[in-house]
Ligand binder design. Structure first.
Ligand SMILES: Nc1ncnc2c1ncn2[C@@H]1O[C@H](COP(=O)(O)OP(=O)(O)O)[C@@H](O)[C@H]1O
Ligand SMILES: [Mg+2]
Length: 256
C-alpha cells in the first residue's frame, strides 16, 4: 500500500534543475531515507511535497489522492507534517506551549486561549495537554516543559520540532536532517525514538540525511539524490555499495 508516490517530480529554478524527474514510492509504515550530498535537492523535494513550491513538472500522490495542486495547509490537514533543516520553533514560548500550538488547527479555541494554561481546561484542551505531556516524556523533555523553547540545548529543540509534528496524528512525517548538530549518543537516541514513534503511532517516515552512515541502521529503504536526480534506491547495504553513490559522496569529500 502506497502512502506517497511522486511521478517525474521536477522543479527548475531558472536553468537549475533542483529536482529532476524524481519517481519515488513510499509504502505505508515505511521508514524511508532520502540522502545525498549538500545541494542535491533534498530540502527542495520536501518543499514540493508540502506545497511550498509548485512543481515545474510531475505529480504527487498522497494516500492515493493527487495532491499536486493542493494548498499547503490542506496537505497538513490530510496528514503530512514536517520539520525544518533550520529549526522553527516559537522560541519565546515554553516547550509545552510549542507542543500545544501544534495540536490540530481544527480545534475550536484560538491560539491565545492555549496560552492561558492556568484556566480551566475544556476536554479538547485536556486531550491536547495529555498528548503533549506524554510525548514530552517519551522524548525525555518533560523536565523542560515550562522552559522557553529558545533556551533549550540544540538537540532538545530538534526533538521538540519532531514532537510538534506528532501532535496532530499525522500519517506521514518528513524530517529534514533531524540529527544535524547532535553528538553521537544524542543521534543514536534520536534514531531509536524515530523508530519507536513509527511503530507506536503507525506512521510513515521520510527522513532526509546528509550523513549516509547515520541512516544505514535506521531506514528500510533509501533513495539517493545527486544534482536533483535520483541516482539510486534500495536497501541500505545495496545503496552503500552502489558505485554511483560512492562516487557522489567521494566527489563531495574531494571538494571539501
Ligand atoms: N528558491 C530557490 N531558488 C533558487 N535555487 C534554489 C531555491 N531553493 C533551492 N535552490 C537550489 O536548489 C539546489 C538544491 O537545494 P536543496 O534542496 O536545499 O539541497 P539539499 O537540501 O539537498 O542540500 C541548490 O543548488 C539550491 O541552491
Ligand atoms: Mg537541505
Amino acid at each position: 500500500m502506497s502512502m506517497l508516490k511522486t511521478e517525474s517530480l521536477s522543479i527548475h529554478f531558472g536553468g537549475l534543475k533542483a529536482v529532476d524527474q524524481v519517481n519515488l514510492e513510499i509504502q505505508k509504515g515505511q521508514l524511508f531515507g532520502l540522502i545525498g550530498p549538500n545541494g542535491a535537492g533534498k530540502t527542495t523535494f520536501f518543499n514540493l511535497l508540502t506545497g511550498v513550491y509548485r512543481p515545474t513538472l510531475g505529480k504527487i500522490l498522497f494516500d492515493g489522492k493527487d495532491i499536486t495542486s493542493t494548498p499547503t495547509v490542506e496537505r497538513s490537514h490530510l496528514g503530512i507534517r514536517r520539520t525544518f533543516q533550520n529549526i522553527r520553533l516559537f522560541k519565546g514560548l515554553t516547550v509545552l506551549e510549542n507542543a500545544l500550538i501544534a495540536y490540530d488547527q481544527k480545534l475550536s479555541y484560538s491560539i491565545f486561549d492555549t496560552f492561558a494554561l492556568n484556566k480551566k481546561f475544556d476536554s479538547q484542551e485536556k486531550v491536547a495537554a495529555e498528548k503533549a505531556l506524554s510525548l514530552l516524556q517519551l522524548f525525555q523533555l518533560d523536565r523542560h516543559v515550562h522552559e522557553k523553547a529558545g533556551d533549550l540545548p540544540y538537540g532538545a529543540q530538534r526533538k521538540l520540532e519532531i514532537i510538534r509534528t506528532l501532535m496532530s496524528d499525522p500519517k506521514l512525517i518528513l524530517l529534514d536532517e533531524p540529527a544535524a548538530g547532535m553528538n553521537h549518543s544524542e543521534t543514536e537516541q534520536l534514531m531509536n525514538l524515530i523508530r519507536k514513534v513509527r511503530d507506536d503511532f503507525n506512521l510513515t517516515v521520510l527522513l532526509i540525511e546528509h550523513d549516509m552512515k547515520l541512516v544505514m541502521g535506521l531506514c528500510e529503504q533509501i533513495a539517493v539524490l545527486d544534482y536533483g536526480v535520483k541516482i539510486a534506491q534500495g536497501a541500505p547495504q545495496e545503496v552503500s555499495r552502489n558505485p554511483k553513490v560512492i562516487e557522489a559522496y567521494l566527489g563531495l569529500e574531494a571538494e571539501s
